[in-house]
Design a protein around this ligand. Structure first.
Ligand SMILES: Nc1ncnc2c1ncn2[C@@H]1O[C@H](COP(=O)(O)OP(=O)(O)OP(=O)(O)O)[C@@H](O)[C@H]1O
Length: 391
């Protein structure tokens, strides 16, 4: 168990917010053996009138190739804003104020330069894919380069396929254009690849279905089509934001099984979920977010069976998992803080039965900057002065 420490992030947090777009991060680049994804001290702000809403406030985690990381937490804890920051797909009123997002494409790449540009796409004709060159900080790429990474090296799957797909275009148009834009293959091959991709995700009669529009498919089928589109370029990293929330349990299981296959082929997956059952079934590691911060990182069994942060304990106590029949639910009392007026000390202290004055009320416990809770820093970590002891 790592004890909470004050570290360099603490000093950073006291610095004024920058007006530039995330250009202040000063951490050195990780080496070539770095994890597939290393998020370091990420800060994302929204402006609300004269106030700054700190939606993501110093988030750090690692993800290795072929592993899945669950990001869990109550509504409004910053899960989606964190995920979208990795792709720099944020609302206009959001600002990435600080941090680094190191993406080590080579750590998870199976496409690498095998999909090197064929000269038939509008984005970056004829150049080699520089994604395999080693860790790059996605927050510092030019927009043009970022567009190449997005959708090609990093796939996205959202809760609602309609959000990701164009309702006015057939699957054929969308899938083939995706391949062509990213220079994966030429026109002649694109249709075959697209049909194969639909078949791979279990869409029956893919030759026929490829001519349909997204609204002509069932919800489950649309989710599969979205996964097929996300996986067309064999991305090294997949970001999945509640991919099974809008479908029934049978389809949920099928989609999770599909994602297990994706993971087993070496893709790293960041999975945003409310559903601890999904995390248990699918994810290797978990980070728990509260009020824009990671409060606990651990392997999935450690986190779900013996949570250490009082907030994680409360979160688990208020959720139902399969096999929980008869267990009384114990919702966490109170509500998360207004992110523009975070309480001093531990943000969870007003709701925490273990909080003790003066420390929990005055000092913010922080996690070390790096780590995936399961290996990166050698163990599980909880940002709490009063971690729950072993049972
Ligand atoms: N467009 C926006 N404008 C202002 N504030 C926003 C906007 N989008 C998100 N926020 C703020 O950012 C915080 C984090 O939101 P986020 O969507 O990441 O939460 P979440 O943990 O994903 O919640 P949920 O599980 O409900 O999706 C929220 O508390 C919200 O107040």
């Amino acid at each position: 168990m790592t004890t909470p420490t004050r570290d360099r992030a603490d000093d950073r947090r006291r610095r004024p917010v920058h007006d530039t777009d995330a250009t202040s991060g000063s951490g050195s680049a990780p080496g070539p053996d770095a994890p597939l994804l290393s998020v370091r001290d990420l800060h994302v702000h929204f402006r609300r009138g004269k106030e700054i809403l700190r939606a993501v406030d110093g988030v750090s985690f690692d993800l290795h190739a072929g592993r899945a990381l669950a990001v869990v937490g109550e509504s409004g804890s910053g899960k989606t804003v964190t995920a979208r920051s990795l792709l720099r797909l944020l609302p206009r009123n959001a600002r990435i104020a600080d941090g680094q997002v190191w993406f080590n494409h080579a750590a998870g790449s199976r496409d690498g330069d095998q999909h090197a540009n064929r000269g038939d796409r509008p984005g970056g004709r004829g150049r080699r894919d520089r994604g395999a060159a080693g860790p790059r900080d996605l927050l510092r790429l030019g927009e043009r380069e970022m567009r190449r990474v997005r959708g090609r090296n990093i796939g996205m799957v959202f809760q609602n396929a309609m959000e990701a797909m164009n309702p006015t275009l057939t699957l054929e148009r969308q899938l083939t254009e995706h391949l062509l834009w990213h220079g994966i293959c030429g026109k002649a091959e694109a249709r075959d690849r697209a049909v194969r991709a639909l078949g791979d995700v279990g869409i029956p009669e893919p030759e026929r279905r490829i001519r349909t529009y997204p609204f002509q498919l069932s919800g489950g089928m649309r989710q599969r089509a979205m996964i097929a589109m996300a996986m067309l370029t064999q991305p090294a990293l997949l970001i999945a934001d509640e991919p099974t929330t809008a479908v029934d349990v049978t389809v949920q299981r099928q989609i999770l099984d599909l994602l297990v296959e994706v993971k087993n082929r070496g893709t790293g997956i960041v999975m945003i979920t409310h559903d601890l059952g999904v995390a248990r079934y699918f994810c290797d590691d978990v980070v728990v977010m509260y009020a824009g911060r990671v409060v606990e990182r651990a392997s999935t069994p450690d986190l779900l069976d013996t949570p250490r942060h009082p907030y994680s304990v409360g979160l688990l106590g208020s959720c139902v998992e399969i096999g929980d029949r008869g267990r009384a639910l114990a919702p966490i009392q109170g509500a998360p803080p207004d992110l523009a007026r975070r309480p001093q000390g531990c943000a969870f202290h007003p709701r925490c039965g273990m909080a003790e004055a003066p420390r929990c009320l005055t000092d913010q416990p922080l996690l070390p900057l790096g780590g995936d809770g399961s290996g990166g820093t050698g163990g599980r970590e909880a940002a709490c002065w009063k971690v729950v002891p072993d049972a």
